[in-house]
Design a binder for this molecule. Structure first.
Ligand SMILES: [Zn+2]
Length: 631
């Protein structure tokens, strides 16, 4: 599970550099290479017949969206950073291979996201060769959002090509497959006794294609054979020089899981990965199923739902893939690890704990590792700017083999370069935000560092609570899981103060910072799980009198009511998870997901300070290691 953050920090002049490079003469090849890692298209191009695309955004809109005021820029480690320079030679060599492996995940992610992504990318490259300035600006946004369709910070749909839309089944399902047709085909197949194929269609690791009147599933390992073998080769090469034996064992297990289509092998790799606590380097292939909005619709048809349950078929939305390469930061990691000894205490304080199996027991060491990482590169799902960047991740998710069958643990990874914001410009904006949104008597409790503490609670909370049956909540599954993680993070604060992890002052800072961070710039769409839960929390906390938003959009917080309210909401949300009832989940979400006048007013206040709509990242060290010219 991930958590995203939208507040901007540094604004680098990335786009200024690009504008300087806009083709005045025909120097297009170097300009092309300077944009992003995708420029290094060393892997198979698409063999889809290219439609004739037309750019969708006007010149003025492209200029606006790529200008400094409207674009969040994050910068990862560079060649001269001491984190890189201090690595052993063997780890530096390993990092070279890991960056190449991570980069190869971009093409895979883009195919899983939208069937138009690769052909449209090629179309843009061709247009750039013809000195088409708008194509160059579009390519910048395309690389930043990793695809032709995205959503911006104001929940507007961004479609870079005319007539190309985001699909309910993303790139996981046939482009023309509707929800009703999908449900009917599956009913037909199950009535014909094809339950084995239906199981494969409804698992998290297959791409679904048409097969006459039926559908068929192709495992990712088969579908992306060339790419996966390339990544496996790179991981094995890295394992030869990296200085840490546990890390090398993980890389070797991960490589094997990429070569053979067997979830058990993923399970072994994930289980080893989750134990990594003291390694110099960080590498992750992240698999998370937030994007697929098709698989879950099987629960919206009563007949199909019954057939699935009769045949004991496990339904899991499709995984999007991402990559992370980094260097573990020792100091940050020590700070984060402070929460670890309190995890059994948190488990003990979970509501309704008698109704499900606890992940952490008081007897054993909790199987939860956590590291703070300086980022070298993010790729695929982990890098796509879709109304936010990831600030942290807790993996593997509970649908995975290592959690379900191998008693494996989990690992949190925190992204330093995404969360830090120390530029003078960021501090000015922070003050503006407080002035326009928060009751002045509470300003003293606002602290961006408290957001990080809150996130640490949130990520660990994904390891608490029921681990089975959440899939039955269909499209509401992720919203509810994110809501649960937030509520745990707040509900446990009194317990954690008493136990000595936080001071009273820190507790108040977390409460106020959390309440303020729930306020969004615009009403989200239902597919934005992380944002929908923020709106739900605003409404619920308002209803309980824990927060109040005035008609001018100013937030007030009743510090005494925050924790009891979080406890109450947490109990309700766990009850929904345990019910395995789609309708109950729907009622819970829709009853709380309301966008009233006061939230709209607060959103307008926030938008005055934060105009950013899109975001991009610079990976200078990764670019250097990949042999790209811009570092
Ligand atoms: Zn989360």
């Amino acid at each position: 599970m991930k958590i995203t953050k939208i507040q901007p920090s540094h604004n680098f002049n990335a786009i200024q550099n690009i504008k300087k490079k806009l083709p005045k003469n025909n120097t297009n090849s170097s300009a092309k290479n300077s944009f992003s890692l995708e420029a290094l298209a060393f892997l198979g191009k698409s063999n889809i017949k290219k439609p004739n695309y037309e750019l969708n955004l006007s010149h003025d809109e492209l200029i606006m969206r790529t200008s400094k005021d409207y674009l969040i820029t994050k910068r990862y480690l560079d060649l001269y950073s001491e984190e890189y320079q201090n690595l052993d030679e063997g780890d530096k060599k390993a990092l070279f291979h890991l960056v190449r492996a991570g980069n190869a995940l971009n093409n895979i992610y883009m195919q899983l996201d939208n069937p138009n992504n690769l052909p449209f990318g090629e179309f843009l490259d061709n247009e750039i060769k013809k000195n088409n300035t708008d194509a160059q600006l579009t390519k910048f946004l395309f690389d930043a959002q990793k695809g032709v369709c995205s959503i911006d910070n104001n929940a507007n749909h961004i479609e870079l090509a005319k007539g190309v839309h985001e699909l309910q089944g993303k790139g996981f399902y046939p482009e023309d497959l509707t929800k009703e047709e999908f449900q009917n085909i599956l009913i037909q197949m199950l009535e014909n006794g094809e339950n084995e194929e239906v199981s494969k269609i409804l698992n998290q690791r297959s791409v679904v294609e048409r097969n006459g009147k039926n559908l068929k599933a192709i495992d990712y390992v088969e579908k992306f054979k060339d790419e996966f073998n390339f990544i496996a080769d790179e991981l094995e090469a890295a394992a030869k020089t990296s200085t840490n034996e546990d890390f090398n064992e993980y890389l070797t297990l991960q490589a094997r899981a990429l070569r053979e289509a067997d979830p058990v092998l993923d399970g072994y790799a994930d289980k080893k990965w989750a134990t990594l606590q003291n390694t110099p380097l960080e590498f992750t292939i992240s698999r998370e199923n937030y994007d697929d909005e098709m698989t879950g619709v099987v629960f919206e048809n009563e007949k199909l739902k019954d057939l699935i349950s009769k045949n004991n078929i496990i339904v899991t939305p499709k995984d999007s893939l991402g990559g992370r390469v980094g260097i573990v930061n020792q100091k940050g990691t020590q700070d984060i690890l402070k929460i670890k000894k309190y995890l059994p205490l948190m488990a003990e304080n979970m509501p309704l704990k008698e109704r499900y199996e606890q992940t952490f027991s008081t007897e054993q060491d909790p199987k939860q590792t956590m590291v703070d990482v300086d980022i070298v590169s993010l790729s695929g799902m982990a890098s796509a700017y879709r109304a936010g960047f990831f600030v942290a991740q807790n993996l593997p998710n509970s649908d995975k083999y290592s959690i379900q069958h191998l008693d494996g643990g989990r690992r949190n990874v925190y992204h330093r370069q995404i969360r830090t914001s120390t530029s003078p410009e960021a501090l000015i904006k922070q003050q503006e935000k407080l002035d326009s949104l928060l009751n002045p008597k509470l300003h003293k409790f606002y602290n961006p560092e408290a957001h990080h503490w809150f996130v640490v609670g949130h990520e660990n909370a994904h390891s608490l609570g029921p681990k089975d049956g959440k899939e039955a909540l269909g499209k509401y599954k992720s919203i509810i899981e994110e809501n649960k993680a937030d509520m745990v993070s707040i509900a446990m604060l009194d317990v954690l103060v008493k136990a000595g992890l936080y001071t009273q002052q820190q507790k108040n800072e977390i409460l106020v910072t959390f309440a303020l961070d729930n306020i969004l710039k615009a009403k989200p769409t239902l597919s934005q799980a992380h944002r929908v839960r923020s709106v739900m929390q605003c409404n619920y906390f308002q209803k309980e009198g824990a927060i109040k938003i005035s008609k001018d959009g100013i937030l007030d917080v009743d510090l005494d009511k925050m924790i009891p309210t979080a406890k109450k909401m947490l109990k309700e949300v766990i009850d929904v998870q345990l019910s395995r009832d789609f309708n109950k989940a729907q009622d819970f979400v829709l009853n709380n997901f309301k966008w009233g006048d006061e939230l709209e007013k607060a959103a307008q206040n926030l938008s005055k300070t934060f105009r950013e709509l899109n975001g991009c990242a610079q990976s200078p060290l990764a670019n250097y290691l990949l042999g790209l010219n811009e570092i």
